[in-house]
Structures are given as C-alpha cells and as structure tokens.
Design a protein around this ligand. Structure first.
Ligand code: ACO
Length: 430
C-alpha cells in the first residue's frame, strides 16, 4: 500500500486503494470521489459527522484541543488585539490588512450601509410582532432582486462588492426589523460611527432625543462578532455553500444560511439558553433540570451545552464568560441573577458523569445571551446578532466556493429504503 492511500476490502475479498489527502494541519481525509464510479457503492454518513465537503483555507478547528484559528491566527489573539472589521478583512482576503488597506476597507463598509428605500418598504408588509430572523432572511433574500443583473459570480469585483454589501447592510436590516417590533421609527445609519457603534445607534436611537453610545456595549458587540465570525463548515455555512453551488444568486444563498442558523440546534440556541435560564429561575431548581436533560424520555436538553466538533471545551465560550463578567461589572450591574445561575449550572453539569462521559461543555451560546440581555437587546434579536457576526464567514465561504476550479454543484446521494418497484393500482382497486 502506498503511504498516502487507504486500503479497502471488497466483498469478494480483493483489495483496492483509495487516495489519502493531507491538509496543512488536522486529520487526513480519504478521497472517495471515485468510489461509486469504481466500486458501485456510496458512503453513508447522516449529519456528515465524518465527511469533509470541500477544501478550505479559511478556518481551522481542533475539537479535541479546543483550537479555533481564522487564516491561521488563534481566535484568542484576534479577540485580544483585533477588531471585527479587521477580522472581516482577514477572513475575506486571507491576510491581515496594512493600515491603508484597513482604512480603505473600513471606509468601503461604512459607505454601503444604506438600504434602497424600496427595500425599507418591505418592512411595512410584516406584522408588528414578526420574528426578526424571519424578516432578516426575507429582506436579505430580496437583495437578490435588487442586485441580480449586476451580480456576475465570475467577476472578482462583483464578488467583492457582494461581500461588502452583506457586511455593511445586514446591521441596517437587523435594526429595521427591531424597530418594526418596537413600533419606533427606522433610524438611518451614520457613517461617522464604527461598525458596532452604528449598530447600537440604529437599534436604540430615537428621533426625539440624542442617543449616547456606550463604549462598553460597542466593545462587547465587537468581541462577540469576532468570536462568531466563522466556524468552518457548520450547518449555516454549509447551507450557503450548497445553495450557492448551483450558481444561485449569492444574496439568496445568504438568506438560506440565515434560515439554517435560526434553528435551536445551531444559532437559535442563544435565544433558547435565555429562555431555559428564565424557566429554571433559581439555583435550587438546577438539579431538577440537569436530571431532565439526562432523561432520554424527556426532550429537554441543556441549551448552550454540547457541540458537534468541540469535545473538550469551546474556546469561544471561555472568552465570552470572561467578557460577560466584565460587561456586567462595567455596566455596574450588582444584581446578576442570570449570570450567577448560568455559572452555577455550568459547574453542576461539568461535575456530572453524564456530561463528562459525553464530553458536553458550554458552547459559544451559553453566555452570549446574558451579554446581549445586559446591553438591552431583546431575546428575539439574539440569533440576529449571531447572524451579523457570521455574515462575513458566509460571504468568505461563498467567495471561496464559487472561485474553486474543482467546485461542483453539491448533490449528495442516499441509501434508499422505500418500496421496491410496484405497479400502479387504479383508484377503484385500492
Ligand atoms: N443536553 C443533554 N444531552 C445532550 C446535549 C445537551 N445539550 N447535547 C448532546 N447531548 C447528548 C445526546 O442526547 C446524545 O446522547 P446519546 O449518545 O445517549 O444519544 C449525545 O449527547 C450526543 O449528542 P448528539 O445530539 O448526537 O450530538 P450532535 O453532535 O449531533 O449535536 C448539538 C450537537 C446539536 C450542539 C447538541 O449538543 C445540542 O443539541 N446542544 C444543545 C443546543 C445548542 O447549544 N446548540 C448550539 C451549538 S453551537 C452553535 O451552533 C453555534
């Protein structure tokens, strides 16, 4: 057997070899692209637990060691020294920008923040209590109607403008959805403010009085966006890649990603964590809820716990827990019952055999909702905030996917378990 091949035994006892490919770091992959053509079998891997769907240069995760790197830079270093806009440049273009490149990029994003007025009119069609994730997905999808003719995926400049528009306009759309829910007038973006200051301004300013931006809130949002910016082939990113692989308009592909993110097993978990903490209500109830989470016959799960890839700890959760502590202190919150409850719940679960055996640890969403709540952001907007951070990752992956010369339409196969061939029965004979 050659060194870089995997030996496969056929049912008739003969053997064949499948090529093995090596990444820069991380596990090798067995290249099975010719398996069906040469051997007549498919692979079966529901949920893609052992399947690499593409080659990617963007993000690396080592789930055993709790490592997350964007373009090779550890997320802890980026969280400590960088900004969301700089991280966005890094994810999109592969390297940290020079001072001039960063200034140009920042200026570009600031200058794309406004929405076409016609797009704003869409919001009049939603009910006052429409979920903001539904509005985000619908209005981002509608961007494909505005930017269709001028979106040629083979044109690099068009691909860049798409990424800039997604990054720049999503906060404006998110804020418009929030304003609809609150019954307040829409607030236009201010390009003199940085990314997170502008978001806070659009969310919380009202025409009747001046709004003072809290630098602690802007800093906390910036950190959360850095930590959410990308996470390799997660459910929503894979959705963006899959939808985009057919050559669909990329704004529609992002809308599909937003829909995938909304589920409680993915980005919707931050909303679910807060609801769960409020339901638990008091430390005296923790034991009861931990038992419910362990009970196979009870659908209750500890939201914000467990991860498909991290089996030791989620490095983002550690950073967010520290930030949560800082934000609550700096906002002078003496009374922090939800944070105290979350910390106690974490401690109880981490010492419990069930969670230890199954390698279940707090994930990125366990503490993020507590920060959002402290900043005055309502629960229904939590997953929207996640989407704002992840939007740049989606755009980076779409650009990578569409420029990959080996790219194909994503089209998995299946193990068919339905009826074998049978004859049509006329309706009067059934
Ligand atoms: N509470 C209780 N038990 C759990 C939990 C949990 N939060 N998470 C997993 N388990 C158990 C499962 O019941 C299963 O037990 P079994 O082996 O006896 O059947 C085992 O741990 C493995 O869980 P799976 O669901 O098979 O693991 P998978 O990798 O498919 O799912 C997921 C990962 C979806 C994150 C899961 O841990 C979960 O539902 N967590 C709660 C929701 C959540 O926090 N999602 C956010 C993820 S992070 C993100 O997307 C940003």
């Amino acid at each position: 057997m050659s060194q870089d091949a995997y030996r496969l035994k056929r049912p008739d006892g003969t053997e064949t070899e499948l090529p093995v490919r090596k990444g820069t770091i991380g596990p090798d992959v067995i290249d099975i692209a010719t398996l069906y053509r040469d051997h007549g079998v498919f692979t079966y891997d529901p949920g893609f637990v052992a399947t690499g769907s593409c080659e990617s240069d963007i993000t690396f995760i080592d789930g055993e060691k709790g490592v997350l790197m964007y373009r090779g830079y550890p997320v802890e270093q980026l969280a400590a020294h960088s900004s969301f806009i700089e991280v966005s440049y890094l994810l999109l273009y592969g390297n940290l920008p020079t001072a001039t490149e960063l200034a140009e990029f920042d200026n570009m994003i600031r200058r794309h923040t406004m929405l076409n007025e016609g797009m704003l009119a869409f919001f009049k069609g939603f009910r006052y209590d429409a979920h903001p994730m539904a509005m985000l997905s619908a209005v981002v999808g509608s961007m494909s109607a505005y930017y269709h003719k001028e979106m040629d995926a083979s044109n690099e400049e068009h691909r860049n403008i798409f990424a800039h528009r997604i990054l720049a306009k999503l906060p404006t759309i998110a804020a418009a959805a929030y304003k609809l829910n609150t019954g307040q007038p829409f607030i236009y973006p201010r390009n003199d403010l940085n990314y997170c200051e502008n978001l806070l301004h659009m969310l919380f300013a009202v025409p009747a009085e001046p709004y003072k931006i809290d630098p602690v809130a802007a800093e906390a949002l910036d950190l959360l966006f850095i930590l959410h910016a990308d996470h390799e082939q997660n459910c929503s990113t894979s959705t963006v890649r899959m939808a985009g692989s057919s050559g669909a308009n990329p704004y529609s592909a992002i809308a599909a990603g937003i829909s995938a993110l909304w589920g409680p097993a993915h980005g919707g978990a931050n909303e679910a964590v807060l609801e769960m903490l409020e339901e638990i209500g008091d430390v005296s109830q923790i034991g009861k809820y931990v038992e419910k989470a362990k009970n196979k016959n009870d659908p209750f799960r500890l939201m914000g716990f467990g991860h498909r890839v991290y089996k030791n700890f989620d490095p983002r959760a550690t950073i967010i827990r520290d930030m949560c502590h800082k934000v609550l202190q700096r906002l002078d919150r003496k009374d922090t019952p939800l944070f105290d409850l979350a910390q106690e719940l974490e401690q109880v679960a981490l010492k419990d055999d069930y969670f230890i055996e199954k390698n279940l640890y707090p994930n990125v969403d366990f503490y993020s909702g507590i920060i959002y709540k402290a900043l005055g952001i309502p629960t229904s907007m939590f997953t929207v905030m996640f989407a704002l951070g992840r939007s740049v990752g989606w755009a980076a992956h779409w650009r990578e996917m569409i420029s990959d010369p080996k790219g194909k339409i994503a089209r998995p196969r299946q193990l068919y378990t339905g009826p074998a061939a049978r004859d049509y029965t006329p309706i009067n004979k059934r």
